[in-house]
Every structure is written in structure tokens, then in C-alpha cells.
Ligand binder design. Structure first.
Ligand code: ADP
Length: 328
């Protein structure tokens, strides 16, 4: 990590460790005189070959009857995690900005929730590692395991960022064999937190018989998320007491096409509007843009698919999307 040429370069007064962040040395001393058992800080170190590396500094101070002239200092390189967190913060800011013009903006709460989970796990496992290191005979195998889990969580956060970036950027459509069920599951995850907060139950009825389809995963996910967001809006228009439920289902039709349906318990679509829903800029919402369903239709047509809206006999609407099954 320090890029030292030999052991001797490292075995010298610790001044070199604090060259890039001299104030950290003061804080380490202050924590010692405050009688603290541990001190932890994220800081930068300058390596012998002149690089700046982000590290997590962990200091464990001796306490009587321990050997009082020995302080245990650990540094863990966290460059990737710091970069991921910085990227995350940037993304969250960008998302807040984009929410005014993008349907994806609706989802920033869910995204924040998703990324909080791995970051929370990192904090928790970091804390546990510290406590273990503070023990007289620390179980280093356990600590190693916890550090591996930290790296795993950082990887998860990076994956989430990747998914969000892919959804947010306009990409050239990529055709591949994709599983419709997993696309639907991912889409539901995106809106899950919002549904929980709004007391909406999401039922998933995903048929195991649905074959793989040829399509662009991100675009199809965008269709599903758009329909789910509209379903949430529709349910919100219902007065209290009514059933608040979204049903997401997939199945294989008799003609070998695969279908996914997003149905809701909202007020349904007024008969005079049903023919115009997919027109660009048709909206009945005060702040609506009326482009969500138009985009859905374009994406479905690009996939040789269809999208249609119906009102359900039991109330609410159902948006039905059908696609050719793979090989047909
Ligand atoms: P926006 O959501 O900005 O209005 P959309 O193109 O997504 O744009 O939707 C167009 C219109 O279709 C909505 O304003 C609404 O009137 C109607 N609509 C869409 N989804 C539903 C639904 N699940 N239930 C009832 N009406 C819907």
C-alpha cells in the first residue's frame, strides 16, 4: 500500500503515515489523552512513490495492564469504497435535479434506500471489526471475514450505481436473452420503498413457464417502472379505506407470446380517455408530462411488442404488454 521498497522504509517513526493528513496525527494523540480505547478516521496517506491513497485508520490504544508503549495502528485501503460513495453522492444530487424532468426522479427515495443498505452493512461490519481488534487476542480470521463482507457490500453499492446509471442514461439498445421475471422483480424493487410508505401492497404472480425473451433489459425495465409509478399515482387518487394493491404478473399466452401485466386498484381510466393514453403529452395529472406511456409504447414497438390498457371489471386498470417469446 505504501509502495515501500523494503521493510526498513516502514519501520521508522510514524511521521510518514501522516504526511498527507497532518491533522490526523493531532487527533490520534488527542483521542489517546482523552482515554479512548479506539480511534477511527478516514484519511489520506502519501506513499513512498508519491501517490495519495485513501485509507481507513484504526488505532487501538493500550490500557493498563497492557504494554503501555505499544499502540496498534491499522490502515485499510478504501479507495474504491470512497470513490463509490463519492459517485453515489454525486448521483443522488444529480437525481434530485433530474427528478423535475424525469419519471425516474420519482424513484430517488427508493434508490437512496437501496444504497443505504450496503453502506449500513459497511458501517456495521467496520464497527464490529474495530471492536474485535480492540480485544486482547483479536480473532484475526473473524476480522478478515468482516473485511471481506465490507468489500462485498461496497461491490453491491457499485452495482446499484451501475443499474441507476444505465437506467438514467440514454443508451443504445442492447439485445440479449433476458428473463422477464427477473426484469419485473427488479422493477418492483425500485418502487418497493415508495409502496411501503404509501401503504400499497404489491403482489407478484410471476409464472415459472415464461421463456427467455430477446430484448433490452434496461428499456423493458423502464416500461415496467413507468407502469408501476402510474399505478401508484392512480391508487393515490383513491379515497381512504379502499383496497390499495398493485398486481404484477407474467405468463405465457396460448399463442406463444409472453405477457406482463401491471394492474392496480385505482379509479381506472375514464372511457373517453382510453384511446388517447399513449399519445405524447396526454396527461390528466396537474404536474404530469404525458410522455411516460408514449415512451412505453415506443419501447414495446421496438421489441415487436404491444401495449394496451383496459379497465378491470372489479375496478382499477390493467396495462398489458406482450412480446414474442424467444425463437418465435
Ligand atoms: P403522466 O403520468 O405524466 O400523466 P403518462 O403518459 O405516464 O404521463 O400517463 C398519461 C395518462 O394516462 C395519465 O395522466 C393518466 O390519466 C393515465 N393513466 C396512466 N396510468 C394510469 C393508471 N394506472 N390508472 C389510471 N390512469 C392512468
Amino acid at each position: 500500500m505504501f509502495g515501500a521498497a523494503n521493510d526498513a522504509e516502514l519501520v521508522q517513526p510514524v511521521r510518514y503515515m501522516f504526511e498527507a493528513t497532518p491533522q490526523a496525527a493531532e487527533r490520534v494523540m488527542a483521542a489517546h489523552f482523552d482515554g479512548r480505547r479506539n480511534y477511527v478516521e478516514e484519511m489520506q496517506v502519501k506513499t513512498f512513490d508519491g501517490r495519495i491513497v485513501e485509507v481507513l485508520l484504526l488505532v487501538t490504544y493500550p490500557q493498563p495492564p497492557e504494554n503501555l508503549d505499544t499502540t496498534f495502528i491499522t490502515m485499510q485501503e478504501i479507495g474504491d469504497r470512497v470513490a463509490a460513495e463519492r459517485q453515489l453522492r454525486q448521483l443522488q444530487t444529480d437525481f434530485a435535479h433530474a427528478s423535475r424532468i424525469s419519471t425516474l426522479g420519482e424513484l430517488s427515495t427508493s434508490i437512496a434506500h437501496e444504497v443505504k443498505q450496503p453502506l449500513g452493512a459497511i458501517m456495521l461490519n467496520g464497527g464490529t471489526s474495530l471492536r474485535r481488534l480492540a480485544q486482547v487476542n483479536p480473532d484475526l480470521a473473524k476480522v478478515r471475514h468482516l473485511l471481506e463482507k465490507i468489500i462485498e457490500s461496497a461491490g453491491q453499492a457499485t452495482d446499484i450505481i451501475g443499474r441507476i446509471q444505465a437506467m438514467a442514461s440514454k443508451q443504445v439498445p442492447k439485445r440479449a436473452q433476458v428473463s422477464l421475471n427477473s426484469i419485473m422483480r427488479d422493477a418492483v424493487r425500485f418502487v418497493n420503498q415508495e409502496c411501503v410508505e404509501k401503504g400499497i401492497t404489491v403482489r407478484e404472480l410471476l409464472s415459472p413457464d415464461v421463456p427467455l425473451i430477446c430484448g433490452d433489459r434496461i428499456q423493458l425495465q423502464q416500461v415496467a417502472v413507468n407502469l408501476l409509478v402510474n399505478a401508484i399515482h392512480a391508487i393515490e387518487q383513491q379515497s381512504g379505506g379502499a383496497i390499495r394493491e398493485i398486481c404484477v404478473l407474467t405468463h405465457l399466452t396460448g399463442t406463444g407470446r409472453v405477457e406482463f401485466v401491471v394492474a392496480d386498484s385505482g379509479p381506472g381510466v375514464a372511457p373517453e380517455n382510453i384511446g388517447r393514453l399513449f399519445d405524447s403529452f396526454f396527461t390528466t395529472k396537474p404536474g404530469g408530462m404525458g410522455i411516460g406511456l408514449a415512451i412505453c409504447r415506443t419501447i414495446m414497438h421496438d421489441h415487436d411488442g404491444e401495449i394496451a390498457a383496459t379497465n378491470r371489471p372489479e375496478g382499477g386498470s390493467a396495462f398489458r404488454c406482450s412480446l414474442p417469446g424467444d425463437g418465435s
